[in-house]
Design a protein around this ligand. Structure first.
Ligand SMILES: Nc1ncnc2c1ncn2[C@@H]1O[C@H](COP(=O)(O)OP(=O)(O)O)[C@@H](O)[C@H]1O
Ligand SMILES: CC(=O)OP(=O)(O)O
Ligand SMILES: [Mg+2]
Length: 404
């Protein structure tokens, strides 16, 4: 079965086409700057060079049509016909309390994704655009949604409730949901296999450190606590998001700077984090580069970023009464040896010993970066959210075909 996996953002759309028989990727790519003057489409059939095309693409429906055109292109295509695609799987960031696993898209599911727009304003509206764009281009193909929040639905109430009036939870579902669940679930499963230990006996802290960043206490294979909250703003310091701050800063700043709710939201989501402190970039590569030239703001940004992550790891070690392993994943976690070293060098009280050489080694492979004698293992495990989405989609659609 061939499955197209889509991760639609507000101005971007990433895709991968899978052959599920051997879980291989036939082609992948992305469309960036949708709706802007010139969009960039990149398309890479496996084993061949990437093709880049710059042209105006005003909305997601056109973006998907262009992607489909490439997939069946005479020379560069990987499909004889679009009809070969039997299902489409989407990443959806917010599933609220309604979804603890992936589901086939129907009218009710779309309504629920829409109802949750307020809670994930950067993500959910874009996902629904992606779903509609697929409907417009491939009306008969079933679609599945895989939620970032689903894995975290196992959290106990002491983790997911906030100490605010209960009426807010009862009336408005104000609670911690947690995100990047597909990634946290995938890397914890991989970690257990690599450690050759049953997942349901392990205490793991998984650190998904990308543009958005979150870490999760995975106790016996289940999410026990996680740093993102009702929205993907809480927790760690991120590229442009503040993470944890004193909530009193919000009304105080609104008063002092005469900001609207929208403006303060934008300040915390788009103009904070690494970007705000360094004044240079939200991209960790540029921060590390500037540190190399002695830039003090970049150094401060890095130190704050690392310190806040390390505090969460310490908190989760306390939450689970110990940890067996720490896993680093996503753009920064997989690639920044500097960040991993800075975190691990100050966790020696846990009996953790970093293998400095292994940490420095550049590789896209899964690898252990702690010494043989370290009491806490440390792993770098490249995440693969697309594969999980493809697997869930395959499973749900095969079940449906079996029933018919
Ligand atoms: N070699 C590297 N060193 C340090 N950071 C890196 C490196 N490569 C990528 N990154 C970081 O990874 C981030 C993107 O992570 P990614 O997981 O792809 O994010 P997202 O999926 O949220 O867009 C970039 O902003 C960049 O800071
Ligand atoms: C939930 C979230 O923050 O996702 P991303 O890292 O893709 O922005
Ligand atoms: Mg990501």
């Amino acid at each position: 079965m061939k499955i197209l996996v889509i991760n639609a953002g507000s101005s971007s759309l990433k895709f991968q086409l899978y052959e599920m028989e051997n879980e291989s990727v036939l082609a992948k790519g992305k469309v960036e700057r949708i709706g802007m003057d010139s969009a960039i489409l990149s398309y890479e059939p496996t084993g061949k060079n990437e093709i880049r095309q710059v042209e105006e693409i005003l909305e997601h429906t056109t973006a998907i049509r262009k992607v489909l055109d490439w997939l069946v292109h005479k020379e560069e295509g990987v499909l004889g016909s679009i009809k070969e695609i039997q299902a489409v799987g989407h990443r959806v960031v917010h599933g609220g309390e309604s979804f603890s696993s992936s589901v086939v898209v129907d009218e009710d599911v779309k309504q629920e994704i829409k109802r949750l727009f307020d809670l994930a304003p950067l993500h959910n509206p874009a996902h629904l655009l992606g779903i509609h764009a697929v409907e417009a281009n491939m009306p008969d193909v079933p679609q599945v949604v895989v939620f970032d929040t689903a894995f975290h639905q196992t959290m106990p109430s002491q983790s997911y409730l906030y100490p605010v009036p209960m009426v807010l939870y009862k009336k408005h579902k104000v609670r911690r949901y947690g995100f990047h669940g597909t990634s946290h679930a995938y890397v914890s499963d991989r970690a257990a296999k690599l450690m050759q230990r049953p997942l349901d006996e392990l205490k793991l802290v998984t650190c998904h450190i990308g543009n958005g960043a979150s870490c999760t206490a995975v106790l016996n294979g289940k999410s026990y606590d996680t740093s993102m909250g009702m929205t993907p703003l809480e927790g760690l310091m991120m590229g442009t998001r503040s993470g944890d701050i004193d909530p009193a800063i919000v009304p105080y700043t609104m008063g002092k700077e005469e900001l609207t709710i929208g403006e303060v939201n934008s300040m915390l989501n788009k103009h904070s984090g690494l970007m705000a402190i360094s004044g240079i970039s939200s991209d960790m590569r540029e921060i590390v580069q500037a540190m190399g030239t002695g830039d003090r703001s970049a150094t401060l940004a890095f130190e704050m970023y690392e310190y806040r992550l390390r505090k969460y790891i310490g908190a989760y070690a306390a939450a689970m009464n110990g940890i067996d392993a720490i896993v680093f994943t996503a753009g920064v976690g997989e690639n920044s040896a500097d960040l991993r070293a800075a975190v691990c060098r100050k966790l020696t009280f846990l009996g953790l010993e970093l293998d400095e050489e292994a940490n420095e080694r550049r590789s896209g492979e899964e690898r252990r970066i702690s010494t043989d004698s370290s009491k806490v293992q440390v792993w770098v495990i490249p995440t693969n959210e697309e594969l999980v989405i493809a697997r869930d989609t395959h499973q749900l659609i095969s079940d449906r075909i079996d029933v018919v």
